[in-house]
Design a protein around this ligand. Sequence first.
Ligand SMILES: O=P(O)(O)OC[C@H]1O[C@H](O[C@H]2O[C@H](CO)[C@@H](O)[C@H](O)[C@H]2O)[C@H](O)[C@@H](O)[C@@H]1O
Length: 442
Amino acid sequence: MIYKCEGAASFDSFDQGDAESAEVGLLRSSLSSLGEGMVGGMSLRPKRTAVCVEPAASSCPSALSLSSLLSTSASKPTATNGTLVSNRTMAAPVLKKHGPYAEKGHLMTWIDAMRAQSPPRFRTHHGEISEGLDMEAVAYTSWLERHPSALSSFERVAKLAKSKQIVVFLDYDGTLSPIVANPDRAIMSDEMRATVKELATCFPTAIISGRARAKVFEFVQLPELYYAGSHGMDIMGPAKSSSGFKVNGTRGQEKGNEVVFFQPASEYLPLMDTVCTILNESTKVIKGARVEHNKYCVTVHFRNVKEELWEILASKVQNILKDYPSLSLTHGRKVLEVRPAIEWDKGKAVEYLLNSLGFADSSDVLPVYIGDDRTDEDAFKLLNGLEHGCSILVSSVPKSTKATFSLRDPLEVQEFLRRLVHWKKWGPEKRNSFHNARHFIN
Ligand SMILES: O=P(O)(O)OC[C@H]1O[C@H](O[C@H]2O[C@H](CO)[C@@H](O)[C@H](O)[C@H]2O)[C@H](O)[C@@H](O)[C@@H]1O
């Protein structure tokens, strides 16, 4: 049976119970050609589309002229050795061998993948949507069999956690806050904040985000957490935590608190400023485009850009990056992300934090990672490689993922975190120790 899929490609109904949406198929083809989510050197189909002239919001340094910026290649870092890795099991980040333009011909696959980020709609031959909605439900239910809800499988999660130290890693956008059109308005609810605060009294808890660390902190406002901004390239944790865990790195102060930093791409900072300014300059003619400076990454937003302009916007980004082989390009939810081409990602950040917290090669720990985006797949992959790990994708549509479990949306994430807290405080292990204590006293 063929279903027509609006906004994405048509696709065959799922064969052999393989519940993947059009998005999955497209992502899969995109990924196989891109390799590890990198956007390869992309051949462009030039299109003569009228471009609206309207300045985009900017958060980049603007003092330098474009021509002076374009001649900064001498200062481009070509490699980084990382600086502060102090754990014996931690390899220093190295420059990725293949820059983003090692291969050709992938822009269109990437754009298709991004188009497919919108949940597909289904139409019958008569154009009715209702049947389509049923099909979406069928597809989702079928996908759930392979990535069961972490809520309905809570007992399974609890079993994994038995006699283990849980460490929780949370992505921010789409996980703790809903996806919204304006990135500055991705506010976390007070209920979610209270839940995460309580969670952190039970387990070491870290936020791992593509955003600048300072921005995530502004949203979350919980100093007791560990923070990894810029996709893990900017890690900060409390120097002393109530649970007695310690992060390895350089000590410093932030907002009066003693903290520890780890920034494996620190020498890229001037370059990221430069590229951010160039990207801003170049994309401001495209209505709705927005460039966000995420410190060690720069994000180009497509969400508010008309779809017919995506190709032009992407090609602008691509052309700029041709001059910067030490940078690479990845993509997320309606965004392109420019970042240092070093072997460092959210997975490495999780590994670093686990090691710093004293769990290198430990079987006494259960890392729980919850995220919604492509970049979270690096962390899921890491967890899959560990003896124990609990990886959870947040998605309300079927998606290709390495995660074991799923949750639909931030509300379900909140419910899951509450259950973890409850389990810790009142679960069987706690009850047993309570009974044992009573028995002992009697
Ligand atoms: O790793 P994350 O914490 O998930 O950050 C990834 C990107 O998240 C933000 O963009 C996404 O959320 C926006 C607000 O809901 C939305 O408008 C955008 O389309 C999403 O891609 C953030 O603005 C980016 O800088 C992060 O890289």
